[in-house]
Design a protein around this ligand. Structure first.
Ligand code: NAD
Length: 418
């Protein structure tokens, strides 16, 4: 990506810490700088032999941001615009997110700059295993635990786990989360981020005093997060009237048949061409006349150019970092409620934590127990964020950061600096 995503993430963070008197509370500890400097960042070459014998050279990354509160935890993204700054920003947000929902992990993220969908299945496996090989001594269930992110899924987690097992000669199920159920994955993990988004929306709707049944929604991105969010919104009685993906957008004011759309998208690889729906320009999705807007694609999707066109009263950030600072300001001026990413999409890492707990005990939960525990965590965190926002008369994002910053600063101080 062309913008320096990590510089922007830090800018936002410093804006909040300035009001929190960290220097007064932790004298001499240089806390704002301490909290924004990653523990370790690695960038490396990955050479992949293509099926035709040619060599594709890519860059790989892993950022271990901070482990003061527990092992490094964060997904792996394979995408053409990934760079080190973006991976640092994503790792930093994981660090904030795990603190906000109060699970015993730190933050990390990884990625490879590659047009992953364009690779063959065999090439994908070779690339993923090569990536895992480079990091094989860094990863571990008590050290650094990857999970799926954009363009990766249970399949890639199984390949990473297999690489680690081949090198170390033993099983360690908790080495990755979001892995296949047959290899120790958790029920409910695949849909967890979307389910968590809908739990957060339910809490926000209650606070805003509007009923979800009969409300309308538009969703940007129809991958893991977007499609699961669509499913659970539909189950909650919300009419999802528009969705988009990288190839285009479709709408049906009567409400899209989400089960049929999910089948279509998994067969066709895109939401476009869905029978009975009207196609429209991908970038017009944000202007749809709906109650709820869910950005569930990539960073900086809502910016100063399109924020003004948003009609939804509630924006639920399924993606990480989808709203620029300028856009957030515009939305606040317009009285929109934004559920910030570090709260809204925390369901994924929360169920990753449940998966890790199950792996440690080798005792597996029912899908109902996973959902019930996830609901408990999302409701608790959402209510805490609304209460904090009320206390400081600030937006939900600032409130979420305040809670996370209090926790990471306390851990950093308790651990000491030597
Ligand atoms: P994914 O690869 O499964 O899906 C991404 C979707 O975004 C695809 O449908 C793609 O076509 C679409 N997209 C890309 N560019 C677009 C554009 N310009 N306009 C419209 N659609 C576009 O990825 P995912 O796992 O669903 O992740 C989506 C976001 O959610 C990312 O920001 C990710 O970091 C975040 N997230 C994911 C998880 C998880 O558990 N997978 C957890 C927390 C946060």
């Amino acid at each position: 990506m062309s913008v320096d995503a990590f510089a922007l993430a830090k800018q936002r963070f410093f804006r909040y810490t300035e009001k929190m008197d960290l220097d007064g509370r932790y004298p001499g500890q240089n806390m704002p700088e301490h909290l924004t400097e990653p523990d370790r960042s690695v960038e490396f070459r990955l050479s992949l032999k293509r099926d035709d014998g040619s060599i594709l050279v890519c860059r790989g990354y892993r950022v271990q941001f901070n482990d003061d509160r527990g092992p490094y935890k964060g997904g792996i993204r394979f995408h053409p615009v990934v760079d080190l700054s973006e991976v640092k920003a994503l790792a930093f947000w994981m660090y904030m997110k795990t603190a906000l929902v109060d699970i015993p992990f730190g933050g990390a993220k990884g990625g490879v700059t590659v047009d992953y969908p364009a690779l063959s299945l065999a090439e994908k496996e070779r690339l993923t295993k090569r990536y895992a090989m480079v990091l094989v001594d860094e990863l571990g269930s008590e050290r650094d635990i990857p999970a799926p992110d954009v363009n990766t899924s249970a399949r890639e987690m199984a390949w990473i786990m297999d690489t680690w097992r081949m090198i170390h000669g033993r099983y360690q199920r908790g080495i990755v989360t979001g892995k296949p159920i047959d290899m120790g994955g958790s029920l409910g993990r695949e849909a967890a981020t979307g389910r968590g988004v809908v739990f957060a929306i339910e809490e926000a709707a209650q606070q805003m005093e509007f009923a979800l049944p009969g409300a309308t929604a538009a969703i940007q991105g129809f991958g893991n997060v977007g499609s699961a969010t669509a499913r659970f919104l539909a189950e909650a009685g919300v009419r999802v009237t528009a969705v988009s993906d990288s190839q285009g957008a479709i709408r049906d004011p009567r409400g899209l048949d989400i089960a049929a759309l999910r089948r279509h998208a998994s067969e066709a690889g895109t939401v476009t061409g869905f029978p009975g729906a009207e196609p429209f320009a991908r970038d017009d999705l944000f202007a749809e006349p709906v109650d709820i807007l869910v950005p569930a694609a990539l960073e900086h999707a809502i910016d100063a150019d399109n924020a003004d066109r948003i009609q939804a009263r509630l924006v639920a950030e399924g993606a990480n970092g989808p709203t620029t600072m300028e856009a957030a300001h515009i939305l606040q001026e317009k009285g929109k409620v934004v559920i910030p990413d570090i709260l809204c999409n925390a369901g994924g890492v929360t169920v990753s934590y449940f998966e890790w707990v199950q792996n440690r005990q080798e005792f597996y939960w029912t899908a109902e127990k996973v959902d019930e525990e996830l609901r408990r965590v999302m409701v608790r965190a959402s209510r805490a964020v609304f209460a904090e926002a009320g206390k400081h008369a600030c937006c939900l994002r600032e409130a979420a950061y305040r809670i996370a910053i209090d926790r990471v600063a306390a851990a950093a101080s308790a651990r000491g600096v030597q």
